[in-house]
Design a protein around this ligand. Structure first.
Ligand SMILES: NC(=O)c1ccc[n+]([C@@H]2O[C@H](COP(=O)([O-])OP(=O)(O)OC[C@H]3O[C@@H](n4cnc5c(N)ncnc54)[C@H](O)[C@@H]3O)[C@@H](O)[C@H]2O)c1
Length: 253
């Protein structure tokens, strides 16, 4: 049984982890949580990681970047593997995570759904096939509580497109007051916010007289929670290093 600590346990993703747990009870147990709101019933929750009394094997993080960094410090000092799902991390945060991964196993993904990770593979294939003959635009839509924009998943899709191209591509966010024609090497990125939408991502390849859309829609946060539980099993017992969803998928195949 792998003992898990959930950072941000009272947030939407933390609750999704509790909701999806019934599918994983033979292998995973949540022994404690950390959140500013400590009201969760049935699981001991602390307002700070350094107060946690229960033992755990893997730390799982769906919180805010400052809390993620505190957990990274804790896990490095206590030699615990960490799974980071929190998005909106800046370069300084990512550098710190890369340094930590030399000492402990770190799994990081801005989107833990299997479908999104398949989408990444399809987008890569499309970009490699279409080259610079098609323009690329990305639209991402999320609920009205989301703080960061563009989404972590949109950034992952951008990275995939850039890695599949030999052009010097540049990101253009929205097109407010740009009084010139679209340049060939742009990736247009557009963020929509509203309502209760869990997460939608669409990559559109626009050519002469034809277009291709690759779209993923998540209907509930359980898709991310189930991916996170797979990541827990993946990272448990691994050597120090920085792991991503494609490492997990490669192991599943
Ligand atoms: N990787 C993925 O698959 C995936 C999927 C969904 C969401 N996310 C990301 O996960 C993060 C959380 O998403 P959410 O929808 O649950 O957000 P949320 O706002 O509902 O939850 C965040 C939780 O973190 C808690 N928190 C704030 N400060 C804290 C601190 N110092 N210590 C501990 N907990 C603290 C908040 O009280 C809240 O309960 C976001 O960055 C989101 O973009 C990632």
């Amino acid at each position: 049984m792998i003992k898990v600590l959930v950072n941000g346990i009272n947030g939407h993703m933390g609750r999704a982890m509790i909701h999806a747990l019934h599918q994983w009870t033979e292998t995973v147990k949540i022994t404690a949580g950390v959140d500013l709101d400590t009201s969760t019933e049935g699981i001991p929750v602390y307002s700070d990681i350094y107060e946690v009394q229960q033992d755990f094997d893997v730390a799982l993080d769906f919180s805010v970047p400052a809390a993620t960094m505190r957990l990274v410090d804790y896990c490095t000092a206590h030699n615990k593997p960490i799974i980071i799902g929190t998005t909106g991390l800046n370069e300084e945060h990512l550098n710190k995570i890369a340094i930590a991964s030399k000492q402990i196993p770190v799994f990081q993904s801005g989107n833990m759904s299997l479908g999104i990770n398949l989408m990444q593979m399809l987008v890569k294939q499309a970009k490699m096939t279409l080259g610079d003959r098609f323009d690329v635009e990305i639209i991402e839509t999320h609920h009205n509580r989301k703080i960061d924009a563009p989404s972590g998943t949109a950034k992952m899709l951008v990275e995939t497109i850039i890695s599949a191209s030999d052009q010097q591509l540049k990101c253009v966010y929205g097109r407010k007051e740009t009084n010139h024609r679209r340049e060939k090497n742009e990736i247009g990125i557009h963020s929509l916010r509203g309502g209760t939408i869990t997460g939608e991502h669409e990559v559109i390849f626009l050519g002469d007289d034809e277009s291709i859309s690759i779209k993923h829609r998540a209907f509930s946060k359980d898709v991310f929670a189930n991916g996170a539980y797979q990541a827990v099993q993946f990272i448990y017992g691994k050597e120090p290093g920085l792991y991503h969803m494609d490492d997990l998928l490669a192991e599943l195949l």
